[in-house]
Design a protein around this ligand. Sequence first.
Ligand code: ZN
Ligand code: ZN
Length: 335
Amino acid sequence: MDGRKHRWFILGASVIPLIAVLGAMALLWNKVFSWSDVVVLVIMYAISGFGISTGYHRMLTHRSFETYKPIRVALATAGVMAGQGPPLIWAAHHRKHHRVADKEGDPHSPHLDFEPGFKGTMAGLWHAHLGWLFNINLTSDPMRYCPDLVREKPLRWLSENLLLVVAASVVLPGLIAFGITGGSVQAGLTGMLWGGLVRIFLINHMTYAVNSIGHVFGRRRFETTDESRNVAWLSIPSFGEAWHNNHHAFPRSARHGMKWYEIDLSAILIWSLEKTHLAWKVVRIDPERMTMREANISRVSGSSLDKKELLESQQKLAPMAERGRDSDTSLVDVE
Ligand SMILES: [Zn+2]
Ligand SMILES: [Zn+2]
């Protein structure tokens, strides 16, 4: 898929579902919305949500865990179903984002070249949310950013046959609805609408919200070189992706929710795969290192630490920073 086709695809994936939502609302107005629509919406949202979060993001882009090939292909296929473009382009853009987050070259920073104030903030949010996808000059060459993924034949096939898989993901909920209602054609059609198009709309805006809202609003636990934030209210519908400051601090970690109360559905899936011996090499962060990194933020922002404590904490942090260079904050880590 070349740059031109990719832009048309993204435009289609953003606008057609929007029209579908309006159509769905009209249907809802006439009370044509049944339990089978809810079932297929939830099933398909979960499949494509895990596909993006666990598949595209943690497995392909950050190599947070390894798994058997059929599961790898299944997760990547589920990601394609979300309608966010080919896995190779998605991963290339995202690795580029981590390399230069909120700096020149970041494909979707809400902080670059926008005037201060409300208008600039809104323009930045729009650019980070969806606007960046229409930038004709935007390219992230997969050969440069993810040559490891380009070498995988199934990923190349999925990237080339994207439309086929996305179309199948719209037909599939129709077939499920047709089946579970004992052959209702109307349920089949509304199933395609809710489980197909409306679901693509919802999952896409949820992912894009991590890029936009997750770099503007929310809490920062870790001092990072970017503006990433943890957005608690987005954590469940985004499958844990909204713990975005945690993620920028430790990009390769399989868990983005770092505290017990930070719900992370993708981390639960990876944990389940590991427990059933279907995943291995799951990347974990040493809790002590996490605590030290967290302490660093209070040191930088001028907390109650006195000079002696400051020196001690710097001495403790030094070897960790050294280790971090190979595992968490370097380019090696991102890729
Ligand atoms: Zn980010
Ligand atoms: Zn990432």
